[in-house]
Design a protein around this ligand. Structure first.
Ligand code: GLN
Length: 552
């Protein structure tokens, strides 16, 4: 039986949520018992997003095999169980890199190397490789907006796929915008018509239109779009903006998107079971209380840089029936003017938990150290991720062990006390992305630690993306003063988790647990951090209400 594909393109404007739409389609097909896989093509020339600024690109999502990928792959993993790897994300740059390599090797036997067929063949091969991995349906998202010069080779490749595989094996889903024009008090279909026409001009007739809009589409509007865009009326799907992204699959199911796709693909399956998603959304609408978390970081003004982190915290909060309030705090704003300046404390008082996320470079470090000191001393739950683990160790070395110049060699290469340093360089390890430790690494947990209690097991695997490591030469000093190393790689080379016993929740991990949290399977470290933060909130509100009674 030949592989089946759903191709997702976008029109009118960017940022309509194509990744989320692709992930939601995957979710629905999976909930019908199908094995799905998802992949994304990004039309830019960078080979991968690994070296791009978080402001440019948002988060770099890391897969188990250590690929640095587009953040849409995070949506795919959160909404499905598709096995993602570096095969699931290609940029134009990576496609060209492969072609140029082959050309230099002489693989083309003297032929002229051209966009068609060589680039398009490379793109089609990448799709076939993912589809060949045992998926019943492969969902392929084409980045960018139809009409861009950059995405043309990808669109040409999917056009050819339809020619080769036929209608019963390929579906074209096109995401467009149906804006509400206040002056006319009307939803307007013209941008959708133009976008579908643009697609048709390169030989692709959309089969299903997902129409993003801030309100429901009337029957009239759907009929009009169907008529002008040459699709079935049923294939004009209202994709109304919803308060919670977990509602997107439910909305699609109500509009019959999955049934239609399967009808076009000539595939019979049981009905979708989306009860767990409905229950999840129910919880989002009816939280019992809220919990407020301060994220002290560097790229806080651009929330997409911490996409998975925000999601993982949300999953933890939903699991406890809580509404999550995130407060993004620019770390530089917490710096002190001198050793006795504790004015930053007032900025941190109102939060139930504090988190320092991953990051690179020196800016803001001193502010992060202050936030960590505050959390440690005042028994406020603290969760440090990657850079947040490294800074937690530096803070402990400075303020508990008295090593005033303790630092990471990333921020002060000349420091005498390199608590955090580049171990991989010393070990002579060279790999993709330079000396970065990337992707999944096994970790052994100490029985009875906070980490082991949260996970419920002592062997775990988590994903990494960093260069620097904890320096074990300082282990005896730090653990002697009360820091516990509760997780390390099985060969004991790398320290993976530190915690402070007796503190309500003080945990730093060298890996990025946020990449593995799913809405229906919240990550244990995030869940327990939220539990501790909410406890802290309740204790505080009790103290405040007792204090209030005393004053009265
Ligand atoms: N900058 C630190 C390192 O490279 C931390 C990286 C991160 O937080 N992802 O090790």
């Amino acid at each position: 039986m030949s592989a089946k594909y759903v191709f997702v393109t976008g029109g009118v404007v960017s940022s309509l949520g194509k990744g989320l739409a692709a992930a939601s389609i995957g979710c629905l097909l999976e909930s019908r018992g199908l094995r799905v896989n998802l992949m994304k093509f990004d039309p830019y020339l960078n080979v991968d997003p690994g070296t791009m600024s978080p402001f440019q690109h948002g988060e770099v999502f890391v897969t188990d095999d250590g690929a640095e990928t587009d953040l849409d792959l995070g949506h795919y993993e959160r909404f499905t169980h598709a096995p993602l790897s570096r095969d699931n994300n290609y940029t134009t740059g990576r496609i060209y890199e492969q072609i140029i390599l082959k050309e230099r090797r002489g693989d083309y036997l003297g032929k002229t190397v051209q966009v068609i067929p060589h680039v398009t063949n490379e793109i089609k091969n990448a799709m076939r490789k993912v589809a060949g991995n045992g998926a019943d349906v492969t969902i392929v998202e084409i980045g960018g907006t139809v009409g861009d010069i950059e995405s043309l080779p990808f669109l040409e490749a999917i056009r050819q796929m339809r020619q080769e595989l036929g209608r019963e094996n390929t579906v074209f889903v096109h995401l467009t915008l149906v804006p509400w024009i206040a002056a006319a008090q009307e939803l307007k279909t013209k941008p959708t018509q133009h976008s579908v026409k643009e697609l048709l001009s390169i030989g692709i007739q959309a089969d299903i239109l997902l129409c993003r809009s801030d309100r429901a589409l009337s029957r009239d509007i759907k009929q009009k779009i169907a008529a002008f865009c040459n699709v079935e009326e049923l294939a004009v799907v209202g994709a109304k903006t919803v308060p919670f992204i977990y509602e997107v699959p439910i909305g699609f199911a109500e509009e019959g998107v999955d049934s239609l796709i399967l009808k076009y693909l000539h595939k019979e399956t049981p009905e979708a079971n989306i009860a767990p998603w409905r229950e999840l959304v129910e919880r989002c609408y009816h939280p019992k209380d809220e919990v407020s978390i301060a994220i002290v970081g560097k790229y806080v003004e651009y929330e997409d840089s911490y996409k998975s982190l925000k999601e993982a915290l949300t999953h933890g909060a939903i699991s406890q029936n809580l509404k999550l309030k995130i407060h993004w705090i620019e770390a530089e704003g917490l710096e002190s003017s001198g050793p006795d300046d504790r004015s930053y404390e007032s900025q941190l008082e109102s939060f139930d938990g504090i988190l320092v996320p991953g990051g690179f470079g020196k800016r803001g470090i001193e502010g992060m150290l202050n936030a960590i000191r505050y959390a440690r001393e005042k028994n406020v739950p603290y969760f440090g991720i990657c850079l947040g683990m490294q800074t937690a160790c530096i803070e402990f070395a400075r303020n508990v062990c008295g090593l005033k110049d303790a630092n990471s060699s990333e921020f002060d290469p000349a420091t005498e006390h390199r608590i955090i340093y580049k171990l991989r360089e010393l070990l002579g390890v060279e790999e993709m992305g330079g000396t970065m430790r990337l992707g999944a690494w096994a970790c052994q947990l100490q029985p009875d630690s906070l980490a082991a209690r949260a996970y419920g097991v002592t062997e775990i695997s988590e994903r990494h993306r960093h260069r620097y490591e904890f320096n074990r030469e300082y282990e005896a000093l730090l653990t002697g003063a009360g820091l516990r190393i509760s997780g390390a790689t099985p060969d004991q080379t790398y320290v993976e988790i530190v915690e402070i016993p007796g503190h309500p929740y003080f945990l730093g991990c060298q890996f990025h647990p946020e990449f593995k949290s799913k809405p229906l399977e919240p990550h244990p470290l995030f869940r327990e951090f939220i539990v501790a933060s909410y406890k802290n909130r309740l204790t505080h509100s009790q103290i405040e209400s007792v204090a209030g009674q005393v004053v009265q």
